[in-house]
Design a protein. Structure first.
Length: 196
């Protein structure tokens, strides 16, 4: 995974509550076995009509937000089924940060495991972010802050272990490789015992 430290971006405002994983990535697009290629299906039924044409009133179809890396939504983001495809679609689309007052637990953990920083902020702070048109922010993971270009500042909490994983771009497999020499030494010692 790519390390995440500072993310500077325009905020994409998705002022919806209870966005479930089927809305994030609909079940008909779950046939792929890779983690890539899901971004084009993110919020598909909100983005496109039945003929596959973009709906002009949906925020992701606004050219202003095309390069955005920060998504802001409302309460209970990522609820519903536990499909890991939802964070895959968010990451593949280009978002590195999702800000909301609350997240479904499994979705929150799946974000962390896939290099996305889910930030919980109080409802009134999320509503401030949603109300500011075309706000640019810098998400500063080392200092656990969201800094608005307008001077606004929001602080957030994160588990120290998860913070370290994101800062270094590690997943559980990467973490295992950090101990490769010790694992090899242990295996060699075990092989020596069984050989004698």
């Amino acid at each position: 995974m790519e390390p995440l430290q500072l993310v500077t971006s325009i905020v994409t405002p998705l002022a919806k509550k209870n966005v479930d994983t089927d809305q994030i990535i609909s079940k008909e697009f779950l046939k792929r076995i890779e983690r890539t290629g899901f971004g084009k299906y993110l919020f598909y039924h909100w983005r496109f009509d039945e003929s596959g044409n973009e709906k002009p009133d949906f925020v992701l179809n606004n050219p202003v937000y095309q390069e955005s890396k920060v998504l802001v939504a409302h309460d209970n983001f990522g609820c519903g089924s536990s499909r890991e495809h939802a964070p895959w679609a968010i990451a593949d689309y280009g978002f590195r940060v999702v800000i909301a007052p609350s997240f479904a637990d499994i979705f929150y953990n799946n974000c962390m495991k896939n290099g996305i920083l889910p930030i919980r902020l109080p409802v009134h702070e999320v509503e401030e972010l949603l109300a500011k048109p075309q706000l640019h922010v810098t998400v500063d993971l080392p200092n656990q802050q969201v800094l608005g270009k307008d001077g606004s500042l929001y602080s957030f909490e994160i588990d120290p272990y998860q913070k370290k994983m994101l800062l270094n771009g590690w997943d559980e497999i990467s973490l295992t490789f950090l101990y490769e020499e010790k694992i090899a030494a242990y295996e060699n010692a075990q092989n020596s015992k069984t050989a004698s």
